[in-house]
Ligand binder design. Structure first.
Ligand code: ATP
Length: 303
């Protein structure tokens, strides 16, 4: 189990993280969300042992994770970290990058393992391609495969699918997260993408103002977002009478006590998002067709 105990950290004078504590059980996935600059990457780096901690401790089972003051080489065998910059070897092939840390003394095992990982990240066709000429998304997939090569017990992922195109993203997500589950690898994933969280993470934490402001299951947080910051991570929302409503919780009806004026309609694939003005504020309503700007509408609320 990963244990983060009362961790605080500052790069310079002011703190980036203040008194962070949480646990992550074996084989579980925990998502970290928060605005840009809220400290997600810093937290991953601290857990990886990239910096020395002055306040707080990080433990994996009965081993304490220590920073560079205690380790000549940053990191531990049981933990792998895929950073936003992938740190690959550009002039060697995809296969060589993935197999870099696997033993040369067992060539058959090495080849089998490398092939298995290339299948997980859907890069079999690029095994002999030099990394230098790969796209950003392909490089990101090589970095993921390399992190998994030596079967870590815990994987730290920083925006793992940010460079992957929408065609591949969903199937790659399913492939990676089911591989982690099957092999009981714990995973901590920092993300801006709700699709990394809903359906894949067991728990999530929300970072704001240097602290963990919410920790719960993705389902509970989605259904009861509590803060506008959290609702905005998932969907367009409106605040009406002090409560948060997602766009699908507002329904246009013939008549009601809530009257608004249409500003604009946006096509979003499944239906339309209507932006309207209600009591001088913008609200968002999901609807099956677009509506004329400046026309009036009535809506009702449901949860
Ligand atoms: N090496 C560094 N030296 C000084 N300050 C840093 C350093 N790295 C990050 N910071 C600062 O620490 C804060 C947290 O940054 P961090 O990269 O952890 O945020 P983040 O939530 O991961 O952001 P993003 O979502 O944009 O990746 C920011 O204010 C950033 O400017």
């Amino acid at each position: 189990m990963l244990q983060v105990k009362n961790v605080s950290f500052a790069y310079t004078k002011s703190k980036v993280l203040n008194n962070i504590s949480f646990d992550l059980a074996k084989g579980k996935t925990l998502a970290i969300i928060g605005e840009s600059g809220s400290g997600k990457s810093t937290l991953l780096k601290l857990i990886y042992g990239e910096f020395d901690l002055k306040e707080g401790e990080v433990w994996w089972d009965n081993k304490q994770v220590l920073g560079p003051a205690f380790n000549l080489i940053v990191g531990y065998d049981f933990m792998k970290y895929v950073a936003q910059e992938f740190d690959l070897m550009p002039y060697t092939t995809v296969e060589e990058n993935v197999g870099k840390h696997l033993s040369r003394f067992y060539p058959e095992q090495k080849e089998k393992r490398t092939k298995e990982l290339l299948r997980v990240v859907e890069l079999e066709a690029f095994a002999d391609t030099k990394v230098k000429i790969l796209s950003g998304g392909q490089k990101q997939r090589v970095a993921l495969a390399r992190a998994l090569a030596k079967e870590p017990e815990i994987l730290l992922l920083d925006e793992p699918f940010s460079h992957i195109d929408n065609f591949k993203k969903q199937s790659l997500r399913r492939s990676i997260f089911s591989y982690l589950r099957k092999n009981r690898i714990s995973c901590l994933v920092a993300t801006h993408d709700k699709n990394d969280v809903l359906g894949f993470a067991d728990d999530m934490i929300v970072l704001d103002e240097k602290k963990i402001v919410i920790k719960d299951t993705p389902q509970n947080i989605y259904c009861n977002p509590k803060l506008p910051l959290v609702a905005s991570f998932f969907e367009e929302f409106s605040i009406i009478d002090g409560a948060i409503y997602y766009a699908h919780q507002l329904q246009i009806v013939e008549n009601s006590k809530h009257k608004a004026v249409v500003k604009r309609s946006y096509f979003n694939g499944k239906n339309w998002l209507i932006e309207a003005t209600y009591q001088s504020n913008s609200i968002f309503i999901e609807h099956h067709c677009n509506l004329k700007p400046n026309s009036s509408l009535f809506f009702k609320l449901f949860q």
